[in-house]
Design a protein around this ligand. Structure first.
Ligand code: DGP
Length: 115
């Protein structure tokens, strides 16, 4: 069994996080290294390493995660000004934690293209 990821340890309550949303399917908490005034990570409680690990069985889960993101964007006053949802994937994508996570970034004007 591979070591637990840091996000699985947060799900299991082994390490603290600034949780902003919690339900039976997912958890949302503030990124420890924020890249914008609001930087929230939304993760499934199910252990999925990246978007590459999604299957047909996860269709409803992905929809749920996205609706939670939209809800948080509204709750944190990002919806009107805009925001970005980022899913870094694999080495070239800059993924550093092998547990699927959606970055919700907002509160400032974000540049494009990313580096
Ligand atoms: P990524 O590079 O896309 O895999 O993003 C991983 C993010 O996770 C990164 O922005 C920093 C954040 N992160 C890493 N460890 C922790 C932690 O222990 N707590 C919190 N809240 N965030 C973490």
């Amino acid at each position: 069994m591979p070591d637990k990821t840091i996000f699985k340890r947060i799900i299991d309550g082994e390490i603290p996080a600034d949780v902003v949303y919690d339900d039976e399917l997912c958890l949302a908490f503030r990124d420890i290294n924020p890249q914008a005034p609001t930087h929230i990570l939304v993760i499934p409680k199910k252990e999925i390493a990246s978007v590459n690990g999604l299957t047909d069985a996860d269709q409803a889960l992905v929809g749920h995660l996205y609706l939670v993101i939209v809800r948080l964007a509204k709750d944190y006053d990002l919806a009107a000004t805009g925001y970005r949802v980022v899913v870094n994937t694999g080495t070239h994508g800059g993924q550093t934690v092998d547990h699927l996570h959606f970055h919700l970034l907002g509160g400032r004007s974000l540049q494009w293209p990313p580096g």
